[in-house]
Write a new protein. Sequence first.
Length: 279
Amino acid sequence: VSTQSTWGFHRRQSQPTMSSKAKKVAAPPKAVAKKPAGKTKETFHSQHAHLFEKDANDFRIGRDMRPKSDLSRFVKWPQYIRFQRQKAILKKRLKVPPAINQFAKTLDKNQAGNLFRLLANYRPESKEQKKLRLKAAAEAEVKDQPKATSKPLFVKYGINHIANLVEAKKTKLVVIAHDVDPIELVVWLPALCRKMNVPYVIVKGKARLGQLVHKKIVTAVALTDVRKEDAPKLDQIVQAARLLFNDDVAGRRKWGGGVLGFKAQAAVKKQEKLVKALV
């Protein structure tokens, strides 16, 4: 190859063309411009990284402390609380026969308040009151004074005593607790009251009835007689009792329970939606 041809080739390579001028690259924007690489500042953590290894929390038994949260799901509740909750759920899920389901219907708050205010006037005497009465009677006997012969008006309690009073038609009102356990103790009493045409009511609280007669719990109480000033109140309560309980035929034939849980209800609704979509 001659030197002339070689020089001509280099000259053609070095001469700029119009296309090279058009393809001039613009400078990068300031935001994208790279910063000059500098030395990073060494710290104690970077020099001793082996001392600061990441260790995730482990909340299993005997490990890390749990953060503060609602721990009710993790509490081992006492047996009687577990039985109460399981029993309440079973009563909702299972079909409850009418004879037991009738105890789910009770007097409302206002009517129950009126009833207990009336019964509070006829509470049986306590041990201290009985002691004072016997002492006064003994002193009167020593002094040859006439004894008080008036019959005390108290509410009667005790399931056998109340059953005898109802059979003899000597009671004007029977009050039954809704939460008696076992329920077989009183499940027959409403039917007996209806047969003997004795008004009865079902109220909340065997403990509330027990407090009325100085006991822990009482299944039922009965009112045999009242004073003249309390007769209108008793008549009003008896009228409501006959309307809500004695004469309520549809209520005592109604089955209870059969309520599904949240998950089962959601599944049923989902299935109904699918059926509607197909139709």
